[in-house]
Ligand binder design. Structure first.
Ligand code: LLP
Length: 433
């Protein structure tokens, strides 16, 4: 926490707004995004490309967090999006997001979803498998339409946080395998379909990655493939898309590079490899999700009950939990948090910050250092902006939280809190009425 984030009352501020006041005004649990942090992260990415004088697209992976305001914010930054379902596509369109700036991903897109993408002129469809090539061709023929496509391949590199593995075949449900010749077969199939304009090659090697090597290797492999395909099939890739996965800092144990450093290395690798293979440098596309919204998001909770298990530990419970952030329970993800009304007070104990869900595993943070706390205190959990709200559920029929965007001291409610009526809206009674 920097001193500039603490106001004269000694409260933590987010985007110039007092976190305690936000909790009181909008209620808790509350999801807060600092708009300037989102904007500056997108700008950082864009600047790296501009400095390297290369054609590019930054496609925000909206699975990390999507609502109408977010799609509008992303569009206002001239940033593209990656959508992975009719739901994301539909909300982006509803937000007025230009369809030509969307890439549609997914390993099992339905005919209806492909039809929707074609009807709405979605920019690029990322082809994932042979079934989809056929399905898309049928949709294109029956609609007398054409589309740009990109081919997702599994490059034989899979990165996860600290280590990455390089194997011939990657055991993954996504994309065309490189080693087995699947990718080449797919190329031949796509080139036979005049309604598909193959703009380039895509890979995504993992998420929350800390090291450069995996990205450099993947980038190099994609360029090598492009060179091979040019030589043997006279097909020239105009785009190399290396996906997302740039890691962020959740706790002091995480020491990732700056996301911009990843991108800089990727661009350099692609430029060098293209030159070495006698190719014109293709456009470089990336699809960051977590690194754009993760650090910009804050979850606010109110402290309620407490249980002291003598000689073992204490549980301090808040009014949210695994329904609004499944990541600790699902991935053992770690987070940091402070008490908003005295973020710098002396630490007196370490407790388990427990959620309110009926499940023992619903612990948001293990061994959280806390000052003396009381019911009613507001806890701010940091870096919750990626895969928090977007993976939220209604477990225990708890309504999903509200979302507030803050910027320069101004707070705007951009998604209202769910109510019990929202949860009942799909139900008919026993009589089917
Ligand atoms: N592009 C593709 C094709 C992807 O599959 C993903 C993420 C991204 C881009 C964005 O990756 P990012 O920059 O956000 O790492 N729920 C998990 C993360 C799942 C990531 C899935 N794919 C979590 O909470 O850690």
């Amino acid at each position: 926490i920097s001193q500039s984030d603490i106001n004269s009352e000694g409260h933590l501020t987010i985007g110039g707004c007092d976190a305690v006041s936000l909790a009181h005004q909008f209620g808790t649990p509350l999801v807060v995004y600092d708009v300037n942090q989102i904007k500056s992260q997108i700008e950082h990415f864009q600047e790296v490309f501009k400095n390297n004088d290369v054609e590019y697209a930054v496609c925000y992976a909206s699975k990390a967090f999507a609502n109408t305001a977010m799609y509008q914010l992303v569009d206002s930054m001239d940033c593209h999006v990656d959508v992975v379902s009719a739901g994301e596509m539909s909300m982006a369109l509803h937000a007025g997001f230009p369809a030509e700036h969307m890439t549609f991903h997914g390993n099992n897109k339905s005919r209806a979803e492909l039809q929707m993408a074609i009807d709405n002129h979605v920019g690029v469809i990322a082809l994932d498998n042979f079934h989809e090539i056929d399905l898309l061709n049928e949709v294109l023929e029956s609609s007398d339409a054409k589309t740009k496509v990109m081919m997702r391949i599994t490059p034989g590199i899979s990165a996860h946080t600290h280590e990455f593995i390089q194997t011939g075949q990657v055991d993954s449900k996504f994309g065309f395998d490189l080693e087995s010749g699947e990718a080449e077969q797919a190329l031949q199939a796509v080139l036979k379909h005049p309604r598909m304009d193959l703009i380039g090659i895509h890979s995504h090697i993992g998420s929350q990655i800390f090291e450069l090597n995996g990205f450099e290797l993947a980038a190099e492999k994609l360029v090598q493939l492009a060179a091979d395909w040019k030589q043997r099939f006279e097909y020239e890739a105009r785009v190399i898309d290396v996906g997302g996965g740039f890691g962020i800092r959740y706790t002091e144990d995480d020491r990732p590079l700056q996301p911009e450093q990843f991108v800089d290395a990727i661009i350099k690798t692609i430029k060098q490899a293209s030159q070495a293979h006698g190719l014109t440098t293709p456009a470089v596309w990336i699809e960051p999700g977590r690194s754009i919204v993760g650090p910009a998001g804050y979850n606010l909770y109110t402290i309620g009950s407490r249980k002291d298990v003598k000689g073992i530990r204490s549980y301090v419970a808040v009014d949210g939990g695994m329904g609004d952030n499944i990541r600790p329970a699902l991935y053992e993800a770690k987070y940091e948090a402070v008490v908003a009304n005295r973020p710098e007070a002396e630490i007196v104990e370490h407790v388990h910050l427990a959620g309110k869900y009926c499940e023992s595993g619903d612990i948001l943070i293990d061994d959280l250092p806390l000052p003396e706390t009381h019911p009613g205190d507001v806890v701010v959990m940091f870096d919750t902006g990626a895969y928090g709200y977007s993976m939220a559920s209604n477990y225990n029929l708890n309504p999903k939280p509200a979302i507030v965007f803050v910027e320069d001291g101004k707070a705007t409610l951009v998604t209202r809190r769910e109510t019990p009526a929202d949860l009942e809206r799909l139900d008919f009674g026993l009589d089917g009425k």
